[in-house]
Design a protein around this ligand. Structure first.
Ligand SMILES: C[S@@+](CC[C@H](N)C(=O)[O-])C[C@H]1O[C@@H](n2cnc3c(N)ncnc32)[C@H](O)[C@@H]1O
Length: 439
């Protein structure tokens, strides 16, 4: 068998990038389709790293390519265009020797059935290496290039976070840690940590979170002991904190109104013997709740419905707790999904805010007097977070915001109303939380 040239993962990465940037597909979904042909785990990991690298460097790379190509490539040559993008981003990241990255990109043109363009790919990448300093300097002034995020998002952050916008953008360009949740119905966190140590995996508990463990370095899930038998789930620290906001005790009737794919639903069931009703409007995501709960030995009443159409699914019983983990811009988890910054458009925000508001208003009457609604997003934008909840409590005089967070030592800050964790703070994802009691 001939030695691998590295062309396969580069070509796969180029195709995924094209699906994300030209067609608006999520990179995880595109990766699943495109990377089916990559049999080696290391090739899949490389393709993923290359795609993520390009997502973080897209404004610079697209600017460089504009300068390097004397005439723009034709529409039918988009595959080659993205091979060049991946190649430039890889050369800029400087993880591979230059000649290896250039050769792999040139070889990738054959897989793209564009061997006739291999000379062009070679020439463009080599010219970049010769003229790198001047070419990069020409692009460097733009904020989009400096931070690798779209202009609308930079402006929104400058408005909402005048002191912190640079820190938020910087955090979006750093890979997150691998954080696990111990299934406390399966074993204790101490036992789970010992099992990791026995397998040579270094990890530490996350302060303030009873079930969270952070690995010192990322590993494949299959290498984590007792993962398949339900000992663990992958879940970021901020997402794990949501269950503390619910203040669960045995016997409570709980609604998870936007449950798919089920991370917080499973955590709630691991925490306490509750009666959980899990709603999602997306059948596929609800199916993932079912599979996830089965792996962990848990169960809930699953309801496939639009939560705002209460009459179509509600049995009439009030809930002690309602968790609304609302659909949102996901701008707090860009470090985890670097494609989000290009998939979201400024215009998406008003629809998301309207959906969140409709969900809040529809679900509020389902909360028992004395019960609590917890509103959570993985967004850093005030329109979806504190502004949304300020407007909610103005509309609902029987809603009283709970002022203190359930864990005083958690990262983040009080906002008005609620609590905001910015991405990377304490190593956590960017999330917003607010708890409202029905008085
Ligand atoms: C942020 S995700 C929830 C994540 C989930 N709580 C977890 O921890 O795994 C938002 C979910 O809301 C669902 N959704 C969006 N609009 C909805 C609606 N009107 N009714 C019910 N579910 C909805 C989406 O399908 C998506 O699964």
């Amino acid at each position: 068998m001939p030695a691998p040239t590295g062309a396969e993962p580069r070509w796969a990465a180029a195709q995924v990038a094209q699906r994300v940037l030209d067609q608006g597909q999520a990179s995880d979904a595109a990766m699943e389709v495109v990377c089916q042909g990559l049999t080696r785990g290391q090739d899949r990991a490389l393709a993923r790293r290359l795609v993520h690298g390009l997502m973080r460097d897209w404004p610079m790379v697209s600017g460089l390519l504009k300068a390097l190509l004397q005439t723009p490539l034709k529409r039918r040559d988009r595959g080659v265009y993205f091979i060049l993008c991946i190649g430039l981003s890889e050369l800029r990241a400087e993880r591979e020797p230059d000649h290896a990255a250039v050769n792999a990109a040139v070889e990738a043109t054959k897989l793209a059935k564009a061997k006739h363009m291999s000379k062009l790919v070679n020439a463009v990448l080599r010219r970049f290496l010769r003229e790198r300093e001047a070419l990069e300097a020409d692009q460097a002034d733009a904020l989009t290039v400096q931070w690798g995020h779209p202009a609308w998002f930079i402006q929104a952050l400058q408005h909402d976070w005048p002191e912190d916008w640079q820190r938020i953008l910087g955090a979006g360009n750093v890979s997150p840690p691998l954080t696990l949740r111990v299934n406390r119905r399966h074993w204790s966190r101490d036992d789970a940590l010992s099992a990791l140590t026995q397998h040579g995996l270094e990890a530490h508990p996350i302060p303030g979170l009873a079930d969270a463990v952070e690995l010192e370095r990322r590993v494949a899930i299959r290498d984590i002991p007792e993962f398949s038998t339900g000992g663990w789930s992958v879940q970021d620290a901020s997402a794990q904190w949501a269950v503390d906001w619910l203040q669960l005790t045995p016997g409570l009737r709980v609604l998870d109104a936007c449950a798919g794919p089920g991370g917080k639903a499973a955590h709630a069931l691991e925490r306490a013997d509750i009666e959980l009703h899990a709603v999602d409007s997306d059948g596929e995501r609800l199916a993932r709740v079912e599979t996830g709960l089965a792996r962990l030995g848990l169960s809930a009443q699953l309801i496939h419905a639009d939560a705002t159409s209460v009459a179509s699914w509600w049995d009439g019983g009030l809930f002690d707790r309602v968790l609304l983990d609302a659909p949102c811009s996901a701008t707090g988890v860009i470090r985890r999904h670097p494609d989000i910054r290009w998939l979201r458009q400024a215009g998406d925000l008003s629809n998301l805010v309207a959906t969140q508001r409709a969900l809040l208003d529809a679900l509020w009457p389902l909360v028992k007097p004395g019960g609590i609604l917890v509103y959570v997003t993985c967004s850093v934008l005030a329109d979806e977070n504190d502004r949304q909840m300020a407007s909610f409590v103005e509309r609902h005089s029987d809603g009283s915001i709970l002022q203190s967070p359930p864990t005083p030592t958690a990262p983040g800050r009080a906002v008005s109303p609620g609590w905001q964790v910015l991405p990377g703070e304490g190593g956590w994802d960017g999330f917003y939380f607010a708890a409202v009691e029905r008085v």
